[in-house]
Design a binder for this molecule. Structure first.
Ligand code: FAD
Length: 465
């Protein structure tokens, strides 16, 4: 039987992983990627420098046989290290032990590893080739090279993994509307860098003199919550941290509009992030030269054009980054799609419809949870009502593990569908609120009665096996 041929647009994180899985299953895969080959030309970023990899993404990498290689290049993060305005900090662990952690990975290193793996599996990459148009009736696509020179080629079944600004999506939408809705968050981000400890004056590193080569605790995702805005920092293997400032794009101070230059931004940091500013020696240069990235959620009614074209990853469901799940969700997509296609390679219309049926409710759920998590991260992690709910939730999870699991844990450390985690999380949250009755003291709740109420209100959690 002739190999089914797949034309993938975009060789980013999701495109490269999907390509590898399809090639391993015998599909003939060609990937057209706008950027030059990052392994030769250097990685051209755009989105975040590093990302949090969690269990869902890791599971997809295990399926692809790549998890161990990726983890070798990752830094373990055990929890959130919350830095308050008065300079105190404390670790809120994500899970019960080191079996429940997340991993900070470099986007560039991960993308290059995935490209290598895909190429080894037989994928043909065509770098510096940007999709500009698609003729779905003639099954041809038009590509532009880096000089803007265009050519048309025959295409196989088309899959768009070309990210939030997907050109394939635009072509599909022009051919038959997809019901596209893009909701801007109104908040934007900018990345800054804390260099390895060795390059900072010893006086800044506290009594410990830093943490080996790291200026801060390396095994944590650092958060400086400040109410309507925040900074976070994720560790990199070589000892640096990538700091991301999240702020409203426009509007009253503080917003990116009110911090147009480094002097204003430095004064703002001195006031709001006084312990962080000294750790960023190139603040002025970083602030001046790094772009302000915008954030939106993308919703589509349809992800596919019968059996001819499908969108996956951010191209189908870009979300805000506050649950650290965009890539993880896209990686989960790849496993589902590769399995469905392997089962019925000829019936792509049916496969694409089924893929959307399975994944769309989950994409919508993680989109909603990611939006909620922004408020939690920037605000609630320092809020006594939130902390009381968290503490009572932890007690219930200990007393009745078959009935209570924190939503964050379901999303981050299990494979329970996002849609389930969303619904269950909502029901659990309502119960916690009822049990606490506005109190900020979890210890004041009668735990036995709370467990009885929990078991009477909610069915047992599904098995995690
Ligand atoms: P992309 O990574 O955007 O890749 C798209 C690829 O398509 C690129 O290589 C691009 O060059 C190529 N392309 C674009 N247009 C064309 C064209 N016309 N022709 C050919 N090729 C094209 N997710 C997490 O799981 N954890 C995190 O901690 C996390 N942190 C984030 C922080 C920030 C600030 C942001 C913005 C996002 C974060 N995400 C995180 C989300 C994550 O970045 C995305 O979900 C992920 O990159 C999606 O992968 P993708 O391959 O679908 O799209």
């Amino acid at each position: 039987m002739a190999q089914q041929s797949i034309t993938l647009i975009g060789g980013g994180l999701v495109g490269a992983l999907l390509a590898q899985q399809l090639a391993r299953r015998g599909f003939a895969v060609d990937v057209y990627e706008k950027r030059p080959d990052p392994r030769r030309a250097g990685f051209i970023g755009g989105r975040s420098i590093n990302l949090a990899l969690a269990e869902r993404g890791l599971q997809a990498l295990r399926t692809a046989g790549l998890a161990a290689d990726v983890l070798q290049r990752a830094v373990m993060m055990r929890g959130r290290m919350v830095h308050t305005r008065d300079g105190r900090s404390g670790l809120q662990r994500y899970g019960v032990d080191d079996s429940e952690v997340i991993w900070s990975v470099s986007r560039a290193a991960l993308n290059m590893l995935l490209l290598d793996a895909a190429e080894t599996s037989g994928v043909r990459f065509h770098f510096g080739q940007s999709l500009v148009a698609a003729d779905f009736d003639a099954r041809r696509i038009r590509l532009a090279d880096e000089q803007g020179k265009e050519r048309s080629i025959d295409a196989g079944v088309l899959i768009g993994a070309d990210g939030a600004g997907s050109a394939l999506r635009a072509a599909m939408h022009a051919y038959a509307p997809l019901g596209e809705r893009i909701e801007p968050l109104g908040h934007a981000y900018k990345e800054l860098e804390i260099p390895p400890a060795g390059t900072l004056p010893a006086s800044l590193l506290g009594e410990s003199g830093g943490h080996d080569q790291f200026a801060l605790e390396p095994h944590a995702l650092h958060i400086w919550p400040r109410g309507g805005y925040m900074c976070i920092a994720l560790p990199n293997t070589e000892g640096s941290f990538t700091v991301t400032l999240f702020l409203p794009g426009q509007g009253p101070h503080p917003s990116f509009a009110t911090l147009p230059d480094t002097a204003a931004a430095q004064a703002f940091f001195r006031e709001d992030f006084p312990d962080l500013l000294p750790l960023i020696p190139d603040f002025a240069q970083d602030y001046d030269s790094h772009p302000v990235g915008t954030l939106s959620t993308l919703y589509l009614d349809r992800w596919h054009l019968d059996g001819r074209a499908l969108l996956i990853g951010d191209a189908a469901h870009a979300i805000v980054p506050f649950h650290g799940q965009g890539m993880n969700c896209g990686f989960e997509d790849t496993v589902v799609l590769a399995a469905l296609l392997a089962e019925s390679p000829e019936d792509t219309a049916e496969v694409f419809a089924e893929f959307q049926r399975i994944r769309q409710p989950n994409a919508n759920a993680i989109a909603a949870m990611a939006l909620e998590n922004y408020i939690e991260m920037r605000d609630s992690v320092a809020d006594p009502h939130y902390l009381a709910k968290r503490e009572l939730g932890a007690l219930l999870a200990e007393q009745a593990p078959g009935h209570f699991m924190a939503r964050y844990r379901m999303v981050t450390f299990t494979h329970l569908p996002y849609a389930y985690a969303f619904e269950r999380g909502r029901a659990q949250d309502q119960l916690l609120q009822q049990l606490l009755r506005g109190s900020t003291d979890a210890g004041s709740v009668d735990l036995d009665a709370a467990v009885t109420a929990l078991k009477a209100t909610l069915p047992p959690l599904p098995s995690l096996r």
